[in-house]
Design a protein around this ligand. Sequence first.
Ligand code: FAD
Length: 310
Amino acid sequence: MSLTDEQLAEIEAQRAATTETRRATVPALEDMLYRAVPVLDHGFVRVIDYMGDDGAVVQAARVSYGRGTRKVSEDAGLIRYLMRHRHSTPFEMCEIKFHVKLPIFVARQWIRHRTANVNEYSARYSIMDREFYIPAPEQLAAQSASNRQGRGDVLAGEEAAEVMELLRNDAARNYEHYVWMLNEEGPDTAHDPGRDGLARELARMNLTLNCYTQWYWKTDLHNLLHFLSLRADPHAQYEIRVYAEAMIDMLRAWVPATYQAFVDYRLGAVTLSAQMLAVVKRRLAGEDVTQAGSGLSKREWSELEAVLAG
Ligand SMILES: Cc1cc2nc3c(=O)[nH]c(=O)nc-3n(C[C@H](O)[C@H](O)[C@H](O)COP(=O)(O)OP(=O)(O)OC[C@H]3O[C@@H](n4cnc5c(N)ncnc54)[C@H](O)[C@@H]3O)c2cc1C
């Protein structure tokens, strides 16, 4: 994570200031507020602001005049009921705002989640940092043979070294060309008065997708859970999953009852089709069901087997 001393000082100054409020606050999340949690080699995620807590979910579900909360166990029970039955609007009453620094190719996946408010660092206005995501050696894997959207075995030896070299060199070379085209005076760059320099909005097109971008990303709790359920899932690409995992720690601090219900009914749960359920019932009744007699395709069968074995 490459925050400058100045940025770190700004964060600490913001953390030092406190405001009295009548609104709900969550001490565990207050403790995390503004601090950047490192993700990947130069990225981070940090909470900038939030509205509501578990109590706000309960309050909205009961359409209360006051806080609306009762015993902790009753409130948790209601939250679990809402989660189980996909009664989602009470979760929309809480909001959270993150500041995320992430590689551009991860941002492309992330931005597909439309139910959020986003403001991204402008490479038309500012110069991109000289920072590239270079995977750790254990993440440098071959294409998966069984899953077109996944990774297989980790590359080794000479091939791994060569791939690493290409990633580093291509990113560095393209960045050098970017800086040359900009032709701007900077801490590490000189201005050549003999050239006009290309506009920032054009020069950026030459950068590699492993350059880091940044944005503020605000969403409500319901849509955050949807995002996390898709992106913390083992099917999600590692490079976005690590962000989702860091955000799940923040979720746990913010809304512990909602977090637990989410883990139990969403993250740790599976959906079975009607045919899959029929197979489970037949097996429970002692029948020896095979794929051929199950009504499931080979793929569905192996997915069911994986669920039942897991
Ligand atoms: C493992 C994985 C692999 C993927 N592979 C691909 C891929 O190969 N190619 C690709 O293009 N994308 C891919 N995606 C992206 C995926 O298709 C979704 O675009 C992304 O996950 C965002 O999900 P979402 O639309 O549910 O979220 P959001 O945009 O946050 O929307 C949340 C919900 O709101 C509703 N909604 C929002 N906007 C609309 C709308 N305009 N119309 C109707 N309903 C709406 C839907 O119910 C939606 O589920 C992949 C995602 C994952 C997790």
